[in-house]
Design a protein around this ligand. Structure first.
Ligand code: MG
Length: 298
């Protein structure tokens, strides 16, 4: 069987024909938020409904990193290598300091609680950008059911003060985020398809003096919708989809896909050369080696 669908010839250079999609671990409920720690030689990811962050280490497999995780979802690392977490349960974004202390970056806007921070990236200037849809407060499955008090937007948090600015407010349910390698473009996935078929696209914004402007349609995933997204070092966008991971060129062309046997939620690059793609997909963690390098996280 093939693990790939090639739609444009250039995609053949991105893949290794003999590299398998490998299931590294399974038996979870809804995994999300993968983040690679090269210095520790491990991957962290969330098992949201089971209220825990897990650690996968080559050779020794799965151990528990944090439980309870306050229903943590998306993760990234800042420029100092610290873990940044989106927590549905406490409706906040936190930073785990290098000594293990946890700093609350933000938990409210305009005096009202955030909805349920979902995914997060850190810019070169240290700014913490996160999406705040309401998925974690809709039911008790991935957090605690509660009333929504703020709009579903993308914020930038100041890493020192935690002060929030609304950066994207033209989406239904903003979710996965990624900057282009030069940080001249911001991509945001909208997973609002349960409300409108139109609201399931990836949008692109031009960055002007640190502010996203000129928001417009970039690409619509053909199978399911985009949740987590990542960019490789040449600016190709790798997106979660219902049938796997889709690769989209910087000009919006669909190049090809990696087929994964479960609904994909998120992904990240890792490994010694950031040439491995780690994929969280419903009940399992998968990995595939690519002829690509990721950009995000130190
Ligand atoms: Mg997400």
């Amino acid at each position: 069987m093939s693990f790939f669908e090639i739609h444009e010839p250039e995609f053949e250079r991105f893949i290794l024909g003999n590299a398998p999609v490998k299931q590294l671990a399974t038996g979870f409920d809804w995994v999300e938020g993968p983040v690679w720690f090269g210095d520790a030689g491990c991957l962290l990811f969330s098992d949201i409904p089971n209220n825990r962050i897990l650690r996968w280490t080559p050779g020794s497999g799965i151990t528990t990193y944090r439980e309870p995780s306050h229903y943590a979802n998306g993760h990234t690392r800042d420029r100092q290598g610290r873990l940044i977490s989106c927590e549905h349960g406490k409706r906040r974004v936190t930073r785990t300091e290098l000594d293990g202390r946890i700093t609350v970056i933000a938990d409210s806007f305009n005096g009202k609680p955030l909805n349920s921070p979902n995914d997060v990236i850190v810019a070169c200037d240290g700014g913490i950008w996160f999406s705040d849809p309401h998925y974690g407060i809709m039911t008790n499955y991935e957090g605690f059911a509660a009333e929504q008090e703020n709009a579903c937007v993308v914020y930038r948090a100041d890493p020192e003060t935690g002060a929030l600015d609304v950066m994207v407010d033209d989406m239904n349910c903003p979710n996965g985020l990624a900057f282009s390698p030069d940080e001249k473009s911001l991509y945001v996935a909208d997973t609002g398809r349960m409300y409108s078929q139109d609201a399931r696209s990836i949008r692109i914004y031009d960055m002007a003096g640190g502010t996203p402007v000129n928001g417009r349609h970039f690409h619509t995933i053909s199978s399911g919708c985009a949740d987590g997204i990542r960019v490789d070092s040449d600016g190709n966008l790798w997106s979660s989809a219902a049938d796997g991971v889709h690769c989209i060129a910087p000009d919006g062309r669909f190049l090809g896909k990696i087929l994964i046997p479960e609904l994909v939620s998120n992904l990240c690059f890792g490994g010694r050369a950031k040439h491995e793609l780690y994929v969280t997909a419903t009940t399992s963690l998968y990995r595939i080696t690519l002829n690509r390098r990721g950009t995000q996280e130190p």
